[in-house]
Design a protein around this ligand. Sequence first.
Ligand SMILES: [Zn+2]
Length: 180
Amino acid sequence: MSIQVHPEKGIVVRVPFWTDESRIQQFIFEKKDWILKAQKKIETIASKGRKPISYMGEPLTQEQIDSFGGSGQMAAWYKQKAERYLLERTRIFAKILGKKAPEKVEVKSYKSRWGSCDRRNNISYNWKIMMEKAEVIDYLVAHEVSHMEHKNHSRDFYKTLQNLDPDYKNHKKILRESRI
Ligand SMILES: [Zn+2]
């Protein structure tokens, strides 16, 4: 039996196919300290990421990254930037649609979504969107603002979105491939 750390798959245990399930369990149990350590290492590598930490599509310098001191500080910095920028972009897009600007535009730390628009047309964004290029940020804003008119992903929704962002298909793809 062997155990291995894989940057994408995580912990990989290789066993002969006839190995008893309980024997595998025991093997993993015996290796648990090693696994925990390895997982930490993977997380560190993952957080540094293959994708450089960037702000509006421009990579941050190592100096800038080091100046944050910790990931909490970094998030706070991004959130502060995001709040100002996204509020303004949201107002602009809402105006183009002839809508009143949302009462609330919030920036949050979502784990697996980029943004949302609720029934009252309050819009929330994931601060991590600020790592993307301006045109991709605008796509997200256009997407959420389009939800002020259509609370679904219908064809009408996409028509509205296309008016706000003619290149939305490309931007949508970029965002889908970008890891949150
Ligand atoms: Zn949507």
